[in-house]
Design a protein around this ligand. Structure first.
Ligand code: HEM
Ligand SMILES: *[C@@H]1O[C@H](CO)[C@@H](O)[C@H](O)[C@H]1NC(C)=O
Ligand SMILES: *[C@@H]1O[C@H](CO)[C@@H](O)[C@H](O)[C@H]1NC(C)=O
Length: 323
């Protein structure tokens, strides 16, 4: 870092110029065109998270589901418009994803301040960062300049998003397809230190998993009976210790077999996971390390296949393609 200050200004300017021409994302993308963007998004997220802490988690998840399915292009936000079926109806998202109203509200405020300039995909990336920070997590500079898709993919939402029943090889493969190392996957999964899951997402784990703490499982069985639809949508915190605080307790839970999802526990207890279990132990021992690696992985996740330059569009409303 120290060496950076010796690089002549002209060279730095050149670097900035090149990265822009390259279609790269950059944190100051809207510096001239939407000066108040960051404060508008942050203000709206403060209101949303004060009203309901869980919203910080819900918006973070929305960004993940956007980025893993045809890139961070706001595709997850598009409504079904028959015969078009979008990502919202896919099994991983239906009756589960939340936060769409919050994003709509932020978009309306941003459009009022800077009409037609800021994409829904960028608003979502900023809101996910702010949600993380408001729950006590790390911050990072959000690279910007994404544009919005004109379509979405119901099929890819089923293919590219891992299921809670996934084993560790499935998970490593799913994250590998998006360019992540197993270590980065372990860091990103730490997002499950906040928010909730429904019984239908962890039922099998309570009744069939060998890798679950029986005391923990028995307690959860009370509201999540062995077969549905009874209890299907009953909510439990992904982090049994501190559901509304972004900390490293997720990893503490894994070490005592109290991960809520089968997929969570697989990172510690799955077959051949000595390496990943070691990473979990490192994050468990140092929230500073976890925060740093989570933030870096979020920047990387936010950079998956963005539409830039003249590709795509800036949607006027996040739920609909412009006419
Ligand atoms: C490792 C693979 C992953 C799997 C299998 C997975 C699966 C799930 C499932 C099943 C739920 C609960 C859904 C429900 O029951 O309605 C959930 C919630 C959540 N996920 Fe993941 N997830 C994964 C990775 C991630 C990543 C990488 C992030 C973000 C960086 C993330 C953020 C969240 C958040 C914050 C929630 C809580 C949302 C809320 O309370 O509204 N997840 N995830
Ligand atoms: C969405 O649009 C992109 C870019 O035009 C295209 O490559 C992709 O195949 C389209 N996806 C679907 C599901 O139509
Ligand atoms: C993981 O699950 C997949 C199916 O999702 C299965 O094909 C594979 O054999 C499993 N791997 C291990 C190591 O259990």
């Amino acid at each position: 870092m120290a060496s950076i200050k010796f690089i002549p200004c002209s060279l730095l300017a050149l670097v900035v110029l090149f990265s822009a021409a390259d279609g790269q994302l950059r944190p100051d993308f809207y510096a001239a065109t939407c000066t108040n963007l960051a404060s508008i998004v942050r203000g709206a997220m403060v209101t949303a998270v004060s009203a309901e802490r869980r919203m910080g988690a819900s918006v973070l998840r929305l960004h993940f589901h956007d980025c893993f399915v045809q890139g961070c292009d706001g595709s997850v936000l598009l409504n079904d418009l028959p015969p078009f079926v979008g990502e919202k109806s896919a099994a991983n998202n239906l009756n589960s994803l939340r936060g769409f109203d919050v994003i709509d509200g932020i978009k309306a405020s941003v459009e009022a301040a800077c009409p037609g300039v800021v994409s829904c995909a960028d608003i979502l990336a900023l809101a996910a960062r702010d949600g993380t920070v408001l729950l006590g997590g790390p911050t990072w500079a959000v690279p910007l300049g994404r544009r919005d898709s004109t379509n979405a993919s119901f099929n890819l939402a089923s293919v590219d998003l891992p299921a809670p029943s996934a084993n560790v090889s499935d998970l490593i493969a799913a994250f590998g397809r998006k360019g992540f190392t197993p270590r980065e996957m372990a860091a990103l999964s730490g997002a499950h230190t906040v928010g909730f899951a429904q019984c239908r997402s962890f039922r099998e784990r309570l009744y069939k998993d060998g890798s679950v703490d029986p005391v923990f499982a028995d307690k959860l069985k009370a509201n999540c009976p062995a077969s549905g639809p009874a209890g299907d949508s009953f909510l439990e915190p992904l982090d049994v210790l501190t559901a509304s605080v972004f900390d490293n307790n997720y990893y503490h839970n894994l070490a005592v077999r109290r991960g809520l999802l089968h997929s969570d526990q697989e990172m510690y207890s799955g077959t051949g996971t000595e390496y990943l279990a070691g990473v979990v132990n490192q994050y468990r021992g140092s929230s500073t390390l976890f925060f740093a690696e989570f933030a870096a992985a979020m920047v990387k996740m936010g950079s998956i296949d963005p539409l830039t330059g003249a590709a795509g569009q800036v949607r006027a409303k996040c739920r609909f393609v412009n006419h």
